[in-house]
Design a binder for this molecule. Sequence first.
Ligand SMILES: Cc1ncc(C[n+]2csc(CCOP(=O)(O)OP(=O)(O)O)c2C)c(N)n1
Ligand SMILES: [Mg+2]
Length: 343
Amino acid sequence: MGRSTAPSGLGDAVGLSDEQLVGMYRQVALARAIDERMWVLNRAGRVPFVISGQGHEGALVGIMSAFRRGHDWIVPFYRSIAACLTFGMTPRDLLLAQFAKASDPSSGGRQMPGHYGSAAHNILSTSSPVATQILHAAGIALAAKLRGTDQVAVTFMGEGASNQGDVHEALNFAGIHHLPFVFVVENNGYAISVPASKELAVRDVAVRAAGYGMPGVIVDGADVLGCYPPAAEAVRRARAGEGSTFIEAKVTRLTAHSSDDQQTRYRSEAELTAERARDPLPRFRAQLRDAGVLDDALEAEIAAENLRQVDDATEHAEGEPDPTVDTALLYVYAEDRPPAAGA
Ligand SMILES: Cc1ncc(C[n+]2csc(CCOP(=O)(O)OP(=O)(O)O)c2C)c(N)n1
Ligand SMILES: [Mg+2]
């Protein structure tokens, strides 16, 4: 179907215009293009390690579109490429982190790849032990509440990480103090090679929300539009002083856990094929095409522009200098900060 000039009405029920829907599609497709480039660079021996967000992008763009960029705070994890993009990091910023260059805004090349952050965009770079980021996020939410800034803090993690003790402590605290906090679990059914049935005694992680006195919402992470309303409601509740929300997005992990993993060792070909049907990108594309929001020409324009950005980011990042030995102690103390993003 061709693109119509009349509004499609597709996003009416959730309050999103066609222009916003196209913007969201751009973000999902750009996140995928960056991610695919990272794998190519890894297999070509040009970056040492990739941990991928493929399959998680739809949920992240759907959820993050409900937050106020540059005002709210996000505490991402290693699959959060799409969330960081939606919140203002650029392909150059993400590739600089991947190549661990001196001008990398996440950490000036100090962090493990995939630990994205940008002080300029209220994106906190986190530590490698999984789930520790929830304590930082709850602390940010507490600060926002005490200062009356109207900001909301959101953090993300996998269903495996959600079993850590830190999660209980942070959610209990957030529940008691009605913090402006949103907790997102991206449930992809695996913690590296361990299936969810061996990680969780329940099928849905979100049922645990009841124990913390907050709503627990389950969304299909392959449905980009379906992820937006629960996030918008969580943000509304947080700003209104009504407290925190727990969102579980059922997503699929389309790649191995990381570039150091081989998932065919523990997932059957039939399972991997079935999972590919839950890829949010073609599903969102088909939905927008059916509604007349997207057509061949616009789709091609977006693909070309995304590729141009990814090529530019790769070339730029690879050409930047590595951090020098004499700067090894930089950013250890508060007076030093990593370079600004988007520079
Ligand atoms: C405290 C801690 N234990 C173990 C690890 C090693 N580790 C890194 S990622 C990961 C799996 C996490 O699975 P999940 O939370 O479901 O996230 P996913 O990778 O599936 O998105 C593990 C065990 C770690 N980083 N930190
Ligand atoms: Mg998982």
